[in-house]
Design a protein around this ligand. Structure first.
Ligand SMILES: [Zn+2]
Ligand SMILES: [Zn+2]
Length: 258
């Protein structure tokens, strides 16, 4: 079976929600074992002054000391607290190889939710959060895009139906213009294949590309739960994928490997 050779959304043990086994040594060993060419480690940056910049400098020197065949990018997973408020500072973003931004962390108590708990209200609010991520000027990749889950009484699929093609096209064109990519979380693509087919079509016409990331919180989740064949059945091609922002010049798409 063919697999993709990279994963750009891996949490280390610095993220409170990740397992204790997610040390840099273990992450590198597992990625090497899987034959990955590049990985990206992105821990949560929930607040502006949380020591992320210092952490990144330290992690960079640790990765260098460990040495690895796998190219390691170090970024963070920032989040939108509201459409106009992103969780990181420009100074922290500068320390990152790329910044993932989650615009759908509605389960966190400090993240603004719409007043009305309906699919339509969440869809409308999310599109504003997504646009806010682009407008922040700090976002390279929108993490797990458009999927809103864990809202009591509101179905994820129902929210998908509330996104209008015209609104998606407008935002994705804007994203492409600002060099903002979308994350492709394989689990979401398989679970919500209908929506992701629709999204892919709109992304192609808007010129927006994808970055692969599994949102791994445990070692076993570093392996992507999707094969190249499954991705191609969903309609994806190699040239739909890029490596995130700053290293874009160092290589194009994500080649498949046996
Ligand atoms: Zn997240
Ligand atoms: Zn994450």
């Amino acid at each position: 079976m063919q697999t993709l050779n990279c994963n750009f959304h891996i949490h280390s043990q610095r993220s409170a929600c990740a397992g204790a086994e997610m040390t840099l040594v273990n992450i590198l060993r597992e990625s090497d074992r899987l034959g990955y060419q590049r990985i990206g480690i992105c821990d949560h940056a929930h607040r502006k002054r949380d020591g992320m910049a210092e952490h990144l400098r330290l992690a960079r020197s640790t990765v260098k000391r460990l040495g690895s065949k796998v190219e390691v990018l170090l970024g963070c997973e920032a989040e939108m607290h509201s459409p106009a408020d992103i969780s990181i500072s420009r100074a922290t973003a500068k320390e990152c190889d790329y910044v993932l931004v989650a615009a759908n962390h509605y389960h966190l108590s400090w993240v603004e939710n719409p007043r009305l708990k309906s699919a339509r209200a969440y869809a409308r609010h999310y599109l504003k959060m997504f646009e806010g991520a682009i407008d922040s000027g700090l976002c390279h990749v929108v993490a797990h895009p458009f999927v809103i889950w864990r809202i009591q009484g509101v179905e994820t699929e129902e929210i998908f139906r509330c996104y209008r093609d015209g609104d998606l096209r407008f935002l994705l064109k804007k994203a492409a213009k600002r060099d903002v990519a979308l994350e492709l979380n394989p689990r979401h693509a398989l679970q919500f294949s209908g929506f992701f087919r629709r999204l892919l079509e709109i992304c192609r016409s808007a010129g927006c590309q994808f970055v692969v990331g599994s949102d791994a919180h445990a070692l076993q989740a570093i392996r992507l739960p999707i094969s190249c064949q499954q991705l191609s059945r969903l309609g994806f091609r190699n040239d739909d994928f890029i490596v995130p922002a700053k290293c874009r010049q160092s290589g194009g798409a994500v080649p498949a490997q046996a």
